[in-house]
Design a protein around this ligand. Structure first.
Ligand SMILES: CC(C)(COP(=O)(O)OP(=O)(O)OC[C@H]1O[C@@H](n2cnc3c(N)ncnc32)[C@H](O)[C@@H]1OP(=O)(O)O)[C@@H](O)C(=O)NCCC(=O)NCCS
Length: 90
C-alpha cells in the first residue's frame, strides 16, 4: 500500500498461479484492509485494475469496493488497448 495525502492506494496484489482460487488473495486483502482501518481510519482506500481482469474485480467487489472511474485507453500493449478501472472502498 502507498500512503498518499488523503488516500491509501493498494497495489500489486499477486498470488502464485498454482495457489490461486484457494482463498489466499481474499485473506491477504482482508488483513490489509483491517490494518488500514486500524491505522489510517480517515483515509479513503482505492486501487486500480485493468477492466479485463475479472478475477480481481470480482474479488474487490466482494470486499466492498465500488467503481469510481474508468481511464479509457490507459495503456497499449501488443496491439491491444487496455482500459483501467479505479475502485474505492465503500
Ligand atoms: C486476483 C488474485 C490476487 C485473486 O487471488 P486468489 O487467491 O486467486 O483469490 P481467492 O481464492 O482469495 O478468491 C476470492 C474471491 O475472488 C474472486 N475470484 C477469484 N478468482 C476468480 C476467478 N477466476 N473468477 C472470478 N472470480 C474470482 C471470487 O469472488 C472469490 O470468492 P469466492 O471463492 O467466494 O467466489 C489472483 O487471481 C492473482 O494473483 N491474479 C494475477 C495478478 C493480478 O491480476 N492481481 C491484481 C492486480 S489489480
Amino acid at each position: 500500500m502507498d500512503i498518499e495525502e488523503k488516500r491509501v492506494k493498494i497495489s500489486r496484489l499477486l498470488i502464485a498461479k498454482e495457489h490461486r482460487g484457494k482463498g489466499f488473495g481474499e485473506k491477504m486483502m482482508i488483513a490489509l484492509l483491517k490494518f488500514i482501518q486500524n491505522n489510517y481510519p480517515d483515509l479513503k482506500v482505492y486501487l486500480t485494475v485493468f477492466t479485463f481482469n475479472k478475477p480481481a474485480i470480482t474479488l474487490y467487489k466482494k470486499l466492498g469496493f465500488i467503481d469510481e472511474k474508468i481511464d479509457v485507453d490507459f495503456m497499449r500493449y501488443q496491439g491491444e488497448i487496455w482500459d483501467r478501472l479505479e475502485m474505492v472502498l465503500k
